[in-house]
Ligand binder design. Sequence first.
Ligand SMILES: CCCCCCCCCCC/C=C/C(=O)SCCNC(=O)CCNC(=O)[C@H](O)C(C)(C)COP(=O)(O)OP(=O)(O)OC[C@H]1O[C@@H](n2cnc3c(N)ncnc32)[C@H](O)[C@@H]1OP(=O)(O)O
Ligand SMILES: NC(=O)C1=CN([C@@H]2O[C@H](COP(=O)(O)OP(=O)(O)OC[C@H]3O[C@@H](n4cnc5c(N)ncnc54)[C@H](OP(=O)(O)O)[C@@H]3O)[C@@H](O)[C@H]2O)C=CC1
Length: 296
Amino acid sequence: MLFDKQCLAGKRVLITGGGTGIGKGLARHLAAHGAEVHIWGRRAQVLEDAAAEINAEVDAQRVHWQAVDIRKAEAVDAAVGEIWEKYGPLTGLINNAAANFIAPTKDLSPRGFEAITSTVMNGAFFTTHAVGRRWIANGLKGSIVSTLVTWIWTGSPFVVPSAMAKAAVNAMTMSLAVEWAKYGIRVNAVAPGPFPTDYAWKMLNPTDDSSVGATQADEVPAGRFGEISELGNLVLLLQSDGCDYITGETIAIDGAHHLAAPSTFAGLNKLSDEQWAHIKEQAKAASEQSKAQRTV
Ligand SMILES: CCCCCCCCCCC/C=C/C(=O)SCCNC(=O)CCNC(=O)[C@H](O)C(C)(C)COP(=O)(O)OP(=O)(O)OC[C@H]1O[C@@H](n2cnc3c(N)ncnc32)[C@H](O)[C@@H]1OP(=O)(O)O
Ligand SMILES: NC(=O)C1=CN([C@@H]2O[C@H](COP(=O)(O)OP(=O)(O)OC[C@H]3O[C@@H](n4cnc5c(N)ncnc54)[C@H](OP(=O)(O)O)[C@@H]3O)[C@@H](O)[C@H]2O)C=CC1
């Protein structure tokens, strides 16, 4: 193990979207290094199962969950208040929840745009605001890390609402790093390349035709996908007290993918309307399955 098993003892970190994929991997990694972790999502059973799984692994009740829709500012504020009252102040926040699907921009409806941007941009702001203003009011320092993506620098066709909203969270990162440095609040972000997770791949690579650049391991100069433990180590460092002078940074962790150019969805330019209809049908089927489990 690279870091001491207890290096995050005394830390209390909230991870939005912590019940699945990367968020769950980060929850596991931080809990395995001694942190108390709070995970959010909209499906109670998914969160309960994730918390139970990790707690069994670490042999302690270190992971707690709340069903919260981060698009609802009042629900976010109430849930953060509940953590403060029941457990004590958070020391860290990971803005990780997101929504996304690939689609030709000309065919996007306003509601499709809103579904993605309200989650990625508004959700990250509401959570950051609810946590940050409590830190400031209580005179506490804290660490915020947002999970972005390298297309904040390159842009990417066919995921325009995501690219726009992630770029907005990058702007929030740089802006608040300056505004909140005097309170001891650090605001950073990570920009992962491809780390295949179940749901993201159903949304971004739902059919054989959609297997292009951004989701292909052989187009990563490092020749492989990322491993969540690597991302976990980076986030752990940013959540520890070991590098407090880093703030306002977005750190790529992508095996040099975005520097090598094919890491966007540009390859989807060749698809026909029929192929797009099939992609939408497959992605929507996955969404419907997940929506049926939502409790908020
Ligand atoms: C340079 C780049 C290098 C990087 C390379 C790395 C490669 C990977 C990079 C990955 C980066 C980011 C990844 C992610 O963010 S993956 C996250 C995936 N996870 C999720 O999306 C979880 C949450 N998802 C959801 O909640 C749903 O799936 C959904 C996104 C659909 C939102 O659900 P919601 O209930 O809010 O919305 P509705 O179902 O009511 O739909 C709202 C409108 O959107 C339209 N819609 C929905 N799905 C599609 C689709 N597949 N195609 C087109 N349109 C869609 C839907 O019809 C609604 O609109 P209308 O009412 O007008 O019909
Ligand atoms: N996988 C990859 O290669 C990459 C991923 N990323 C980023 O990493 C993060 C995690 O993605 P990944 O693990 O792959 O995908 P997942 O779909 O597994 O994770 C997204 C999580 O967000 C939660 N979520 C979505 N909407 C809301 C909402 N309104 N309120 C609360 N929670 C919500 C989902 O839970 P629920 O639906 O139950 O609410 C889910 O747990 C995202 O920010 C993504 O953009 C960045 C680059 C690459």
